[in-house]
Design a protein. Sequence first.
Length: 75
Amino acid sequence: MQNALITALRAREIDVLTAHEAGTRHWKDAEQLRFPTGMGRVLFTKHVGDFTGLQSEVMATGDHRAGIIVLNYQR
């Protein structure tokens, strides 16, 4: 995630934990999605294809996971 975005969110007192800070940066996508669920958080990502497909699979099984916020970032 962009440092400026993280800084801006934290300046507004939004509790942000990056994958880097959590030590989960190299985990597989499914593990990344499970991690915030246990903490009552949502996953914010710019990896549209990876996580929207995964979320669709989770929803189809009726399994409960954290929500996902996807940033469709284009330069």
